[in-house]
Design a protein. Structure first.
Length: 381
């Protein structure tokens, strides 16, 4: 029997999906901030596809003359609806460019381009809710792909475009040093790296670098030459302290709320010490360094952006303290429950809401100022 030389998928010690279903605290009902990020990135992504996706090379060269299927993977799709609207927007741009290329190159219009979309997330993701949300009439074939995007998910050279939005900030695992009381990176009394020691931040950074190396290596194998990777992720601008990051500030307040519960004896301080959120916001310079280290991709576009107004969040949505706490609960409840149990959840997020309200004057500017998300368009060399 020949030895399989392809790497096995990377095991993930913990899988922490967003809240499923469509209830009050579900991700479906509480993902307006992610939607705003998608809306803020939409023009950049669409322009990059128009400018950088070489339809002629992918579909009309001598070696690809019979290829009529365009395959897209959305990694870290969660339960929608953001993944669906983003994917369909990408398809429209690709379809339009394909039709233009047909006319320009005088190929028969009977050669119709078909689309296959792979929706990927961890095995514990609520795929049922996602599939229920898919339009009954859709111009693509849909499939679910369970598994960690930090490892291989698809055959060699099988994808034309990979998209991922607000997923790559999640680490594959927590750095072990954070839980070692003898380590300088032991994160006592905190659950994230804001206001923590340099060693804590460096441990997060090192784990993110390992994860990105695996992610890029896997995508390099799965994409055709000339294929695109389009990424949107939380970021902190170069030289800006993480105290100016809304995400980091909210995690800090969640940690403070947990410590309040510990002081009241509802949980133990040891439980808080052993709990850390496995999320990292990368800077543009660090991300550039990691991509260049892989050597398989060219950076076609990189920019920092942020929702510019309440219009990006959708009609009728107001950015309030309640909305912030509900969104954090939709994303973190499974993670918190697994460690602390369910009894504290309502009280914990009620405390978080009150802390956000108390600091409203400091938090509100963080919602719109500067750049909080990094948009990347990479091309497979």
């Amino acid at each position: 029997m020949s030895k399989n030389t392809e790497p096995a998928p990377v095991p993930v010690p913990g899988s922490y999906p967003m809240n499923g279903g469509d209830g009050t605290y579900s991700y479906t009902k509480n993902s307006y901030f992610q939607k705003a990020g998608v809306n803020a990135a939409k023009t950049t992504i669409h322009d990059a596809i128009v400018d950088k996706l070489d339809i002629k090379e992918l579909f009309f060269s001598a070696s690809t003359n019979n290829r009529t299927i365009f395959r897209i993977a959305d990694l870290g799709c969660s339960v929608g609806p953001n993944t669906i609207s983003t994917t369909e927007g990408i398809l429209e741009v690709v379809q339009h460019k394909y039709q233009q290329s047909q006319q320009h190159l005088h190929f028969s219009s009977s050669k119709t381009l078909e689309f296959q979309v792979f929706f990927n997330d961890q095995v514990t993701n609520d795929f049922n809710t996602l599939f229920t949300s898919l339009p009954a009439e859709r111009p693509y074939f849909a499939a679910g792909v369970p598994g960690s995007f930090h490892g291989r998910l698809f055959p060699n050279s099988s994808l034309h475009l990979v998209h991922s939005s607000y997923a790559l900030q999640w680490l594959s695992k927590l750095p072990e040093e954070l839980l070692d009381e003898n380590s300088a990176a032991f994160n006592r009394g905190r659950i994230h790296y804001l206001n923590a020691s340099d060693e804590v931040y460096k441990a997060y950074e090192a784990q993110f670098a390992k994860d990105m190396a695996k992610f890029l290596d896997a995508r390099a194998k799965e994409l055709v030459v000339g294929g695109l990777v389009v990424l949107t992720m939380p970021s902190v601008p170069d030289g800006v302290p993480c105290s100016r990051s809304l995400m980091c500030v909210l995690f800090h307040l969640l940690g403070s709320s947990l410590m309040d519960l510990a002081k009241e004896g509802l949980i133990s301080e040891e439980q808080v010490d052993s709990f850390n959120i496995p999320v990292y916001a990368v800077s543009p310079n660090k991300m550039t360094e990691l991509i260049e280290g892989n050597e398989c991709f060219s950076i076609e576009r990189m920019e920092l952006t942020k929702p510019k107004s309440s219009n990006d969040y959708g009609q009728g949505f107001q950015v309030t303290g309640q909305a912030l706490s509900m969104h954090l609960r939709a994303g973190m409840e499974v993670l918190v429950t697994k460690h602390f149990g369910t009894a504290i959840i309502d009280g914990l997020f009620d405390r978080l809401y009150k802390k956000i309200e108390e600091l409203s004057d400091q938090i509100q500017p963080l919602i719109y100022e500067g750049g909080s998300q990094l948009i990347l368009v990479l091309k497979r060399k």
